[in-house]
Design a protein around this ligand. Structure first.
Ligand code: ZN
Length: 94
């Protein structure tokens, strides 16, 4: 099983134009991985860790984007309510 180190996120505008949510991540080798690729990899047993701002958090697959009313599903998160970089949403854009 592989381990991937995530250092950035790429975001896209939601279908209802109210927010931007994660559409993919970037790893420390500067490769971009689409959200669905990451979800499939985690479900297959690989480990994806976000590393930013001194935090290391294991990325989890969740049923949907945390924004109210958003239907993006499945989705990925670390600490969705944190204001720091232990929250995948707050990683630098890539
Ligand atoms: Zn969303």
């Amino acid at each position: 099983m592989a381990t991937y180190n995530v250092t950035g996120v790429r975001k896209a505008l939601s279908d209802d134009f109210t927010h931007r949510h994660i559409e993919g991540v970037c790893t420390d080798d500067h490769a971009h991985h689409a959200l669905m690729t990451v979800v499939a990899s985690i479900k297959a047993g690989d480990t994806w860790i976000s590393k930013a701002g001194g935090y290391e958090k294991t990325i989890k697959v969740v049923s949907k984007c945390p924004q109210p009313g958003c239907k993006a599903s499945p989705y990925i998160e670390t600490s969705p309510w944190s204001l720091r970089k232990d929250n995948l949403e707050h990683l630098d854009l890539c």
